[in-house]
Design a binder for this molecule. Structure first.
Ligand SMILES: *[C@@H]1O[C@H](CO)[C@@H](O)[C@H](O)[C@H]1NC(C)=O
Ligand SMILES: *[C@@H]1O[C@H](CO)[C@@H](O)[C@H](O)[C@H]1NC(C)=O
Ligand SMILES: *[C@@H]1O[C@H](CO)[C@@H](O)[C@H](O)[C@H]1NC(C)=O
Ligand SMILES: *[C@@H]1O[C@H](CO)[C@@H](O)[C@H](O)[C@H]1NC(C)=O
Ligand SMILES: *[C@@H]1O[C@H](CO)[C@@H](O)[C@H](O)[C@H]1NC(C)=O
Ligand SMILES: *[C@@H]1O[C@H](CO)[C@@H](O)[C@H](O)[C@H]1NC(C)=O
Ligand SMILES: *[C@@H]1O[C@H](CO)[C@@H](O)[C@H](O)[C@H]1NC(C)=O
Ligand SMILES: *[C@@H]1O[C@H](CO)[C@@H](O)[C@H](O)[C@H]1NC(C)=O
Ligand SMILES: *[C@@H]1O[C@H](CO)[C@@H](O)[C@H](O)[C@H]1NC(C)=O
Ligand SMILES: *[C@@H]1O[C@H](CO)[C@@H](O)[C@H](O)[C@H]1NC(C)=O
Ligand SMILES: *[C@@H]1O[C@H](CO)[C@@H](O)[C@H](O)[C@H]1NC(C)=O
Length: 862
């Protein structure tokens, strides 16, 4: 039972952050089965006891925040293990669906954490927990009972889908739910300024001055990337379980990871401590990201070196790690100032995992799961004994140095649970999802400005923006340390997001304040056009790559063409017509180069690249259409050719993918571009036709994407998160298994595509001062749609209903705007606001209407 009394306590949790809301589960499960979680009158408390130790909480949809639970009664001190996961199956795994070992994302690295419960009242996690739907609370041990009355989390951004500025509703309930996926995802993945505090705690004075580190992925110093063959020493006091550090690691933390465990005193050791992986009094070493393998984030075999003394908790030890060509020598000075026999860790123990430069790189600190330790007095010596770095670690400046500052920007991450990095290319979808749903534009300007803050201003990457800056990191080290610019099509997608924001918002102030930087991104990208082929290539910028297609290929070239066209519109808006016309003519040349060299009559579609003339791809088709490179004949032919890419519930990325390979997965990110291109074709390519029909191949492809691919995300409760997924296997289950993010804005394109094309409200000029109402009315799956978008002038609200040949459309828009109602075919008859109006046979239907009013348009289709 959960009691109302205890719930009152939840609202008065000490230290609750401004602006947080308590989120409660939708239902909970005990031996009695699932029951709805009632937060009001009915007393609902649950007693966990050794024979009945597990309480499962189901939040219904993705949620993110600081987990808490309220203890009403305990028989004695007890330990509670809390586990988190997006897909239900993660509850059965020892690490939930984690851990997240790629970055310290200002959240809990681990999906399992343990609480020492000695008193009644509220217990809240120190760490923010990234996105999850499921949680279990397990009473550990075989003595003691605990009565919990209330559990949930403190969250920052959680608006009801029914109450957003942008809305979408239709006769197709599955598509409505697909629309909601993106709207939920951006709320869970966009992090408000001030709502992700540091995961490190600086203790500035006293005998424990230093940093207090709870178990988390080690965070790296920005100062050691180029240093090699050094000795790093530090002092550490284990508070619980052990202490952890790295040396010779790259900027992502790949390198040797050392954990020194304590003797595990009975009164401070959690019962779920894995004594096989991290035995007591042991130096435990892995090479890679962590001590465990996680999908593609590998870690070599874990090697254990028992130490020759009892490692006490609560005492300071000095540990030094000396790097030489064959390994690492760890020396520990114990509490009596005696040096215990050093341990040599040979590189050879880790075989092929010691890739890169195992003797060079920076140092970092972070204990393993559920451990806590203090660290101070870090010193780094060169081989000749010269001190090259020293840090007492008791000043708040360490947060900047190690990239774990409080988040001070409004930013959208790639995913709620991981990587929790501000991936620039992913934002292209997040941008328009926000505009179509929450309209929280501070996250758009925040993210765009953050990426521009991370722009390289010198060196070979000058002009390019960092691909995936992390919250808590300082852009002062964008080039010297983080130095990650090379996915060139992500730079283009950044420009598409940047220009798309202006088109939807008309935000001239933001455009003007950021134009000098944004136009430098364009200038940097102009250098990727190969003078010979006229196509986009990676060879001009060393170390660069494309993600969506190949060098000298259709997709990146078409994307570059589109971004130049869009940026030219902005150049005109800021009054730089000369630049605008130069970019437009460059874009035109790319278009010509693509059609001349990459259109393949034998494939009936665009070739992937000059080097792969017989391969076709969904990105190539999508971007050739979106960029306006494909003419009507090419568009319809390319869409017909998509049938060759069918795989399971969707389309494989290109025809060279081996469909029988079990690790192949489908990409909602790329499929999102395809979905938009298909709707663009519906909107534009029957123009002038007299019969009101759509191209069959196009409607079929739309149906594959919405009725199969995206519907897989809403129809399977075992995986359902209410949010959009990162990858999908051909059978419709999450790609990459439990590791896959089930709340990834890059997979949420249907939210804006349904609003802009199925409902059909689109900006024509900046900020919707001119708009178009151009619904896609002939898909069999919907007979009516209604919805709205918020513009700087006010709401534009529309709906349409098709009954037989009779189509009724209604559109209301603010003053200061004007619009055009369009269909891609001619109609028999039109009644506008009760007045019969003339229609032109053989021409696409269009009536222009004024803003400030509601208009009703009844047409009879041909
Ligand atoms: C519900 O709880 C019972 C008792 O702990 C457990 O056996 C069962 O597996 C749980 N079901 C789910 C779906 O978590
Ligand atoms: C409590 O539950 C009711 C009914 O589900 C809901 O309307 C209300 O918002 C909830 N209150 C809180 C504080 O979550
Ligand atoms: C735990 O609760 C059960 C059921 O109420 C009771 O039988 C048992 O004595 C309790 N154990 C303790 C240690 O309080
Ligand atoms: C970081 O955030 C925490 C919690 O909001 C706050 O107590 C602390 O003062 C902040 N630290 C800095 C350096 O801003
Ligand atoms: C739990 O906290 C109590 C009170 O501080 C302490 O005595 C006990 O050792 C702790 N247990 C663990 C496992 O940390
Ligand atoms: C402990 O760790 C070992 C090695 O990683 C693993 O095989 C084992 O399953 C773990 N045990 C538990 C109970 O998690
Ligand atoms: C990770 O997997 C590789 C094999 O793919 C294995 O060699 C290595 O020992 C594993 N590491 C851990 C920590 O289990
Ligand atoms: C590295 O240090 C170890 C331990 O002192 C030593 O045995 C080994 O020979 C050294 N390797 C080199 C290349 O100096
Ligand atoms: C260990 O050495 C430090 C620094 O030299 C000194 O302050 C401390 O008192 C010594 N501790 C013991 C137990 O001798
Ligand atoms: C010692 O090594 C450091 C780093 O390699 C170097 O900068 C310094 O000049 C060296 N000092 C002497 C005295 O050789
Ligand atoms: C720039 O181009 C726009 C649109 O083509 C035009 O209205 C404007 O007058 C031009 N401005 C200048 C300074 O030529």
């Amino acid at each position: 039972m959960w009691s109302a009394v205890a719930l009152a306590l939840i609202f008065s949790v000490a230290g609750a952050q401004e602006g947080t809301n308590a989120i409660y589960p939708a239902r909970f499960n005990t031996t009695a089965g699932f029951e709805p979680y009632l937060n009001s009158t009915s007393p609902q408390c649950v007693t966990l006891m050794p024979s009945d130790a597990v309480l499962t909480l189901d939040y219904g949809t993705e949620t993110t925040g600081f987990p808490f639970f309220s203890v009403q009664d305990i028989s004695s001190a007890v330990q509670i293990e809390s586990k988190y996961t997006e897909a239900q199956a993660g509850l059965d795994e020892r690490f939930g669906d984690g851990p997240w070992t790629f970055a310290n994302g200002l959240s809990n690295t681990f999906r399992v954490e343990t609480f020492n419960v000695t008193e009644t009242g509220d217990h809240q996690s120190f760490f923010q927990q990234g996105g999850f739907r499921w949680q279990s609370l397990t009473l550990l041990g075989d003595t003691g009972n605990v009565t919990l009355c209330g559990a949930g989390l403190k969250s920052y951004n959680n608006h009801s889908i029914d109450n957003l500025p942008g809305s979408f509703n239709s006769s197709n309930t599955v598509w409505n739910e697909i629309w909601a996926l993106g709207a939920r995802t951006v709320q869970q993945s966009c992090i408000a300024n001030g709502s992700a505090p540091s995961t490190w705690e600086v203790v500035s004075t006293g005998s424990d001055a230093g940093v207090l580190l709870r178990g988390q992925q080690p965070a790296q110093s920005v100062h050691g990337l180029d240093l090699a063959d050094y000795t790093m020493s530090f002092s550490t006091k284990i508070v619980r379980g052990g202490t952890g550090w790295k040396v010779a690691s790259d900027a992502h933390g790949y390198g040797p990871y050392f954990v020194l465990t304590s003797e595990y005193p009975a009164d401070s050791t959690f019962l779920n401590t894995n004594r096989t992986l991290v035995p007591p009094n042991t130096l435990v070493v892995g090479y890679g990201y962590n001590l465990v393998n996680q999908t593609t984030l590998t870690t070599g075999p874990v090697v254990q070196y028992p130490v020759s003394f009892d490692v006490k908790e609560g005492l300071w030890y000095e540990i030094s790690t000396a790097i030489n060509q064959t390994g690492y020598t760890i020396t520990i000075v114990d509490e009596n100032n005696s040096t215990v026999p050093p341990v040599f860790v040979p590189l050879a123990d880790f075989g092929s995992f010691t890739t890169g430069t195992p003797t060079q790189g920076t140092w970092s600190f972070g204990p393993y799961q559920d451990q806590t330790a203090l660290v101070r007095d870090v010193q780094v010596y060169a081989q000749n004994g010269t001190i090259i770095y020293t840090n007492p670690m008791n000043n708040a400046s360490v947060l900047e140095e190690f990239g774990v500052m409080n988040n001070t920007h409004n930013v959208c991450l790639d995913g709620s649970k991981r990587d929790r990095l501000v991936w620039s290319g992913d934002f292209v979808h997040a941008n328009r999802i926000i505009l179509a749903s929450t309209n929280e534009q501070e996250f758009i300007t925040g993210t765009l400005a953050y990426l521009l803050e991370w722009q390289a201003t010198s060196g070979p990457s000058s002009g390019l923006v960092t691909l995936a800056p992390g919250m808590g990191r300082s852009s002062d080290y964008a080039v010297s340390f983080y130095n990650s610019f090379g996915l060139l099509d992500y730079q283009m997608l950044f420009l598409v997001a940047y220009s798309g924001y202006y088109l939807h918002s008309g935000d001239m102030a933001f455009l003007q304040s950021s134009w000098a930087q944004a136009s430098k991104v364009v200038e940097a990208l102009l250098t990727v056009i190969d003078p010979g082929s006229g196509l986009a290539v990676t060879s001009t910028i060393p170390g660069s790559l494309f993600f969506i297609g190949a060098s000298d290929g259709t997709a990146p070239s078409a994307l570059l063409k589109f971004s130049l066209d869009q940026m030219a519109i902005l150049a005109t808006a800021v009054g730089d017509n000369q630049t605008a016309s130069s970019w437009t003519s460059t874009a035109e040349n790319i278009s010509e180069a693509v059609n001349r060299q990459l259109w393949s009559d034998s494939l009936g579609t665009y070739a992937e690249s000059l080097a792969s003339p017989t391969v076709s791809s969904i990105s190539g088709t999508a971007w050739a259409i979106i960029a306006g490179i494909a003419n009507q004949t090419q568009t319809l032919s390319a869409i017909t050719a998509l049938s060759g890419l069918r795989l399971g519930v969707g389309y494989k990325t290109d025809s060279a993918v081996d469909s029988s390979n079990p690790s192949v997965n489908l990409s909602p990110f790329l499929s999102g571009f395809l979905l938009e291109s298909l709707f663009i074709s519906l909107r534009d390519n029957s123009a002038g036709g007299s019969s009101s029909t759509y191209d069959n191949a196009t409607t079929e492809a739309i149906s594959v994407l919405l009725d199969q691919l995206w519907s897989a995300e809403v129809t399977q409760d075992e995986y359902y998160s209410g949010a959009s997924w990162e990858y999908i296997f051909p059978d419709g289950s999450p790609g990459l298994g439990l590791f896959t993010s089930l709340s990834h804005p890059w997979g949420g394109a249907p939210t804006y595509v349904l609003t802009e094309y199925l409902l059909g409200i689109q900006p024509v000029s900046a900020g919707y001062s001119e708009w178009r109402f151009s619904p896609s009315v002939l898909l069999n799956s919907t007979s009516w749609v209604s919805g709205r978008v918020q513009t700087p002038h006010g709401y534009i609200q529309g709906n349409w209903t098709l009954a037989g040949q009779d189509l009724n459309m209604n559109i209301c828009s603010p003053e200061e705007t004007s619009g055009s109602v369009q269909l891609p075919f001619s109609v028999q008859k039109c009644v506008l606001d009760g007045q019969q109006t003339e229609v032109s046979q053989g021409q696409a239907f269009q009536v222009d209407v004024s803003g400030g009013l509601c208009h009703s348009i009844d047409v009879v289709l041909g």
